[in-house]
Write a protein that binds this ligand. Structure first.
Ligand code: ZN
Length: 792
């Protein structure tokens, strides 16, 4: 009975409000980008990233899962996660967008084949989840899935997550090609979901949101209101669950950003969509409050969100550590989706200020300059433990990059009530439909390197309308909206706007300069924004940035990286307050970047333990471009207070050694990085471990720069017990390389010490050697690791 009342209620809510976002997007298909920043990125996404992602889907068994489920091939489920199906959907979505810019028969045929496999893998009633279809019994089913459909979705089965990405892909493919092949699969699936949930009364809320946004897109292309009703149903049944997936209380009562950041932003985006289409303000009140929580407490200067790795999500207010910052690439994309929708709801430029900050920093940092390597987390500081990967077991980020990049031109313009909103500054030509008029708007700019730009307005008919130019937050006194960051200095120069060479008349409204006039063919607006290097300070409550400063120029946040700075170190830089900076464009560096140079104090510890201060010219590059030249030091926030500087220690035998090991990982170089831990589980500095190995003999080795006489060593064990997998080892011994090349054990003066939370010092009879090897016997039950290994 209750269910019937609920259904009536939703039906009335929806039918009583034939409405939508008050602001209409200008689709990316109407905008041709011709600049030197985005056009090459969109091209590389087509030529490099999508082919790599497709190849990985074939190589890793993601395509096979569909073939096996569709009985086109024999075998078992081939991949690690039940949501691996979504990578194919996301690539189809990205390829569909890409095909609209770059028609490509071969890619289109490849997509058609994938769609054929997907249609074969769909069960007769519409259900689509290759893991369950392949599994012959519950033992073959992924442990995250229940023997009963949907039952474990609120936990981890990801059945509805797969559906959501299927719908997004299907709509994109249909709009790009006019083919209904995938759309029909999606309709059959969505009808089943509607039948099981709305009609069948199932109350399993989606464990990983996206189905809500996907269903809204299905409603938009099919006009079938039951998909919108289903999206609303999925939002409204969230309660009595976990914070992890934002189900702790009803969505309309939520005011704080909590839990998994990607799930959160997808849900907030779905809430905005449903609010726009139903007129239900309670969703808007909730996401407005949550937005303030994010920009006041939980946003990195790079636009990244989700500080904590453990749950890939939001941490406490102001807890924004730099080196361990998680900032998943997908969370950046989700945060763009959400801020975009808030703009479409409210028409305020502040949402675009956040969007632009994410776009130019924490989002594009997720893909390498060449388009072939990816970051999952996007930290703001590194000591070389972060390297870009070709792919990931959980590949959500690269496939999200595939689908997001080609859609960027769609974020530039929007229209409402005889007004064109200019939100992003990218050289392009756009055909904008103003309803009563059509306008070809040509934008000439070299953004983000220059703030000078021009717009040529070509209306089909000379008429009066508004051109609303976004005045970026960074032009005023905040690098990004909210209470977390401020510029240390105020910009003295003012931006200028002219029309046909004369000072323009405009009013400022919600962060836009509104130019209202009768526009004639060829009218030219010139918008000149000063783009000086600005010093950014964080709110005092952000302890991680205490005594530190970041550099921003225009929308770009900068970082200092090892290849550009002396001693390949950026840990010991002290930037003086408002030190003069210079900028220059280097066309050969990182596909062309504007670099910033400043003079910094670089304190180093001399051999006799004195601190020597030198002045050095230091170089900063845009943050997004880091980790394209190998691994090493990087920092966004550098000291501007002497108390925050870590002087560079003098090089040692160990620090100059080449490190090798029985088990090579990226973390290997952390054992001689000269960073001393506070304890054996100090997560603030890099460490090396042999996990998941146990009960084996492992080794690490130093090959010295030149032979040396040594008689003492110190090792600091990594031990993350009782919850982690590493403990101090069972035993260890130290070998040195004899002149004949053989390994001999040193003559130790004591037993080998094995204690956690301290340096374990061993003295031995002096030997002259070119290499040392530490042999470590791992305990029966646990692995082991090393935080630092010193030699004297
Ligand atoms: Zn991801």
């Amino acid at each position: 009975m209750k269910r019937i009342v609920f259904l009536l209620f939703t039906a009335i809510t929806i039918s009583a409000s034939a409405q939508d976002y008050p602001i209409k997007p200008v689709p990316f298909t109407s905008v041709k980008v011709t600049d030197h920043f985005w056009a090459p990125r969109i091209m590389r996404n087509y030529k490099v990233t999508i082919p790599i992602a497709l190849e990985q889907c074939y190589k890793t068994g993601r395509v096979d899962n569909f073939l096996i489920a569709g009985k086109l091939k024999k075998g078992k489920f081939k991949t690690e996660y039940p949501f691996d199906d979504t990578d194919i959907y996301k690539i189809i979505e990205g390829a569909s967008y890409s095909l609209q810019t770059f028609p490509d028969a071969k890619l289109e045929a490849q997509v058609d084949s994938l769609i054929y496999y997907i249609s074969k893998a769909q069960e007769p009633d519409g259900y689509l989840y290759t893991n369950r279809t392949i599994a012959k019994d519950s033992t073959e089913l992924h442990p995250w899935a229940s023997p009963r459909r949907w039952e474990k979705d609120p936990e981890l089965s990801h059945e509805l997550y797969n559906c959501g990405h299927l719908y997004e892909a299907a709509v994109a493919h249909y709009l790009a090609t006019g083919k209904k092949t995938l759309l029909n699969v999606a309709i059959k699936n969505a009808d089943l979901v509607y039948h099981d949930f709305v009609e069948g009364g199932l109350k399993y809320y989606p464990g990983h949101q996206i189905v809500e946004m996907g269903l809204v897109k299905m409603y938009r292309v099919t006009g079938n209101k039951k998909y919108l009703e289903l999206a609303k149903y999925f939002l409204d049944i969230r309660k009595n669950g976990d914070e992890y997936n934002q189900a702790q209380i009803p969505v309309t009562e939520q005011t704080k950003a909590v839990g998994h950041a990607v799930r959160a932003t997808y849900m907030y985006s779905g809430m905005a969509d449903v609010a726009a289409l139903t007129g239900d303000k309670s969703y808007v009140n909730a996401i407005d409050a949550i937005w303030h929580d994010v920009v006041d407490h939980k946003l990195y200067i790079t636009g990244g969100i989700g500080a904590e790795a453990g749950h890939e999500g939001f941490g406490p207010d102001y807890a924004l550590p730099n080196m361990s910052a998680y900032n998943e690439t997908c969370a950046s994309i989700g945060n763009i989706y959400w801020n975009y929708r808030l703009f479409l709801l409210h028409g305020d430029s502040k949402y675009y200020d956040v969007l632009e900050q994410i776009l130019y920093n924490g989002m594009i940092s997720g893909v390498s300059v060449k388009g072939d390597r990816f970051f999952y987390p996007n930290p703001l500081e590194s000591m070389g433990q972060h390297a870009r990967s070709e792919w990931f077991g959980c590949a959500c980020c690269p496939s999200n990059v595939c689908r997001f990049i080609p859609s960027v031109p769609g974020y530039m313009y929007a229209t409402a009530n005889n007004r064109i909103y200019v939100n992003l500054f990218i050289q392009s030509k756009a055909n904008i439909d103003l309803g009563s008029n059509k306008v070809m708007l040509e934008q000439q700019s070299n953004y983000p390197w220059s703030g000078n730009m021009a717009f040529v307005v070509n209306p089909a008919a000379s008429k009066t309308f508004d051109v609303a130019l976004r005045i970026p937050a960074w032009l005023n006194n905040a690098p990004v909206p909210g209470g977390l960051y401020a510029f240390e200095t105020t910009e003295t120069k003012k931006y200028t706007i002219t029309v046909n060479g004369k000072k323009a008349e405009y009013t400022v409204e919600n962060g836009y300069a509104i130019l209202n006039r009768k526009w004639n063919k060829g009218d030219k607006i010139e918008f000149n924004m000063p783009m000086d290097v600005r010093y950014v300070k964080a709110n005092d409550q952000v302890k991680a940035d205490d005594g530190r400063v970041a550099l921003q120029r225009g929308p770009l946040v900068y970082c200092f990286e090892w290849p550009d700075n002396k001693d390949a170190s950026v840990r010991h830089l002290l930037l003086k307050d408002n030190e003069q900076t210079t900028t220059s464009y280097d066309a050969n560096l990182l596909d062309g970047v504007e670099v910033i140079k400043a003079v910094a104090v670089t304190p180093v510890i001399t051999k006799d333990d004195k601190v020597e201060e030198k002045n050095e010219t230091v170089t900063a590059i845009p943050y997004y471009a880091w980790a394209n030249r190998g691994v090493g030091d990087m920092s966004v926030w550098v000291a501007d207070k002497p108390t925050s500087v870590v002087p560079l220690p003098p090089p040692t035998i160990a620090s100059k050694s080449k490190v090798s090991a029985s088990y090579v990982t990226k973390a290997l170089k952390s054992i001689n990085d000269q960073l001393e831990p506070a304890n054996s589980h100090d997560g603030s500095i890099p460490y090396y471990h042999w996990w998941p190995k146990k009960d084996t003999v492992e080794w690490v080795q130093y090959d010295f720069e030149k032979p040396a006489t040594i008689s003492k060593t110190q090792v600091y064990w990594f031990d993350d017990g009782p919850w982690g997998g590493c403990r101090i080892p069972a035993s260890w011994k130290l070998m040195y390389k004899d002149t004949d090349g053989s390994w001999k054990e040193v003559k130790a003066k004591t037993t080998y010490p094995i204690t956690k939370d301290t340096f374990n010092e061993l003295e031995f009879d002096a030997v002259n050697t070119s290499a040392l090897r530490m042999e470590v016997q791992l305990s029966k039950e646990h692995s082991a690791g090393i935080m630092e290994w010193k030699v004297e």
